[in-house]
Ligand binder design. Structure first.
Ligand code: R2B
Ligand code: URA
Length: 307
């Protein structure tokens, strides 16, 4: 089974080699991936990472560590995972665990994940990885959904419900699309129907740059709007197809869609029509947070023909 699993890991995803879209990189003698504490001269990146077939980013540092251990167990991969070490521990910025796949904690919010993605995409490029997929797993606020529902993202939208990611570059706004031609969302939805306790829908995910006012919460340190304003905005979001709100998805898709198969899978911790505070008991939240992991693990196992 083990040999079969390794063999199959090679054919998990069909995707050409990653192409970084930066001509300047070719002229550099060395590339230091500063926030990972890795570099092309100091590390043999093809040897360290060349076998990577999928990458999951999201959650928290601890969750991504236990996710690596969970996948190793589920796929019966060899190695002692009790002492798994953080490849980025020299920097304190991000956390990264490797077991034939990468499990990365990218911090919270667009600026943090965007720095991480620049270095991750270059890492996969330098390591000459081919045929792999990138998943964002995590938590979110639900819009009109039962708490605990998993949302597999159809389209990542900004706060104006546009499927795009805007960034200021050299004083000008650059717009990158989050629209996807080939996705795996339907395949993930099918997987969820084969699992107990992973209620899942496909919907749009709104990405914001703030957890409080930016997500229409009334419970931040500042609040500039009324309850009616908040509900009207959430209703508008719902009517355009938004089913959850989080803080990284647009830049994740915009940066990765050109170089890998991608999927965004986030569990909802609360229904934002019912409130803003996350007061669900800790053990219930822990179980919710495992749902995207269970779904992605099932998807991988199915692709590998293990189930
Ligand atoms: C979901 O949860 C975090 C905020 O609590 C943020 O990283 C996100 O996208
Ligand atoms: N993460 C978010 O970004 N928003 C929520 O409401 C819950 C988790």
């Amino acid at each position: 089974l083990l040999c079969q699993c390794f063999y199959r890991l090679e054919v998990l995803f069909k995707n050409p080699q990653i192409h970084v879209k930066n001509p300047h990189l070719d002229t550099m003698e060395e590339d230091v991936l500063y926030h990972f504490n890795l570099g092309t001269k100091t590390h043999n990146l093809p040897e360290m990472f060349g076998d990577i077939k999928f990458v999951c980013v999201g959650g928290s540092a601890n969750r991504m560590k236990s996710f690596a251990q969970f996948i190793q167990q589920e796929l019966a991969l060899p190695g002692n995972m009790d002492n798994i070490t953080d490849i980025c521990e020299g920097t304190d910025r991000y956390s990264m665990y490797k077991v034939y796949f990468l499990s990365v904690y990218p911090g919270m919010g667009v600026p943090s994940i965007s720095i991480m993605l620049h270095e991750l995409i270059k890492l996969l490029h330098h390591a000459r990885c081919i045929d792999f997929a990138l998943f964002r797993i995590g938590t979110s606020g639900g819009v009109g959904l039962e708490p605990g529902t998993v949302v597999v993202t159809d389209k990542e939208v900004d706060c104006f419900f546009r499927a795009q990611f805007e960034q200021v570059v050299l004083g000008k706004v650059i717009t990158r699309s989050t629209e996807l031609d080939v996705g795996v969302s339907k395949e993930l939805l099918q997987c969820s129907s084969e699992l107990d306790d992973v209620p899942t829908v496909i919907g749009n995910t709104m990405c914001t740059s703030d957890f409080y006012e930016g997500q229409g919460r009334l419970d931040g340190a500042l609040c500039s709007f009324s309850t009616e304003d908040k509900l009207e905005y959430l209703r508008k979001a719902y009517n355009t197809g938004v089913r959850n709100i989080e803080m990284e998805s647009t830049v994740f898709r915009a940066m990765c869609r050109v170089c890998a198969i991608t999927a965004v899978v986030c569990v909802t911790l609360l229904n934002r029509f019912d409130g803003d505070q996350i007061s669900t008991p800790h053990d219930v939240l822990v179980e919710y947070q495992q749902r995207p992991q269970v779904l992605v693990a099932h998807f991988i196992k199915k692709r590998l023909g293990l189930i």
